[in-house]
Design a protein around this ligand. Structure first.
Ligand code: THU
Length: 162
């Protein structure tokens, strides 16, 4: 038996204002997307913005459903839109922000496990790290330089091949 440790470094910005211009602009798009979320059941509104290598930004927000599991997270709405409309195009960054209609979300909104797995598929495929920016409604912003850092010991398609 041997023990191993996985650790990773990430950046914490005091607020959105401290971000670089490009990241700030992307987060702005995520905020805009968040405002259009369809979240009548949770009242938790999430927005995601994806920067593509051609400079275009695609957005997504959570789309809930009366049959709860039929809804989809903001990140995957954006990601699958990108995959469907810009097949094979490299993703340069993803910004995520969340707010609640019931309380102030002042801690960075982390993508759920399913979204991490979905993003990891794209990162693995493009062989280029996807930086993830996370924010609540206000307050600190966390930036991870790669999705893989957020999903250690992850599953990918190498397990499916002989
Ligand atoms: N949600 C997202 O959109 N992204 C996440 O990563 C976490 C959760 C949504 C799903 C649901 O509509 C609401 O937030 C409450 O879970």
């Amino acid at each position: 038996m041997r023990k191993q440790t996985i650790s990773f470094e990430f950046q914490v910005y005091e607020s959105m204002a401290e971000l670089g211009q490009e990241d700030q602009r992307l987060m702005q798009r995520a905020i805009k997307a968040r405002e259009a979320a369809y979240a009548p059941y949770s009242s938790f509104l999430v927005g995601a913005a994806i920067l593509l290598e051609n400079g275009e930004v695609v957005i997504g927000n959570n789309q809930e459903n009366a049959s709860y599991p039929s809804g989809l997270c903001a990140e995957r709405v954006a990601l699958f839109y990108a995959g469907a409309n810009y097949p094979g195009m490299v993703i340069k960054a993803i910004a995520i922000t969340a707010m609640s209609e019931n309380h102030l979300v002042d801690t960075p909104a982390a993508p759920c496990g399913n979204c991490r797995q979905a993003i990891s598929e794209y990162e693995f495929r493009q062989k280029e790290p996807i930086p993830i920016l996370m924010m609540g409604e206000k307050g600190e912003v966390i930036k991870c330089s790669s999705l893989a850092d957020m999903l250690p010991l992850g599953f990918n398609n190498t397990y499916l091949k002989g």
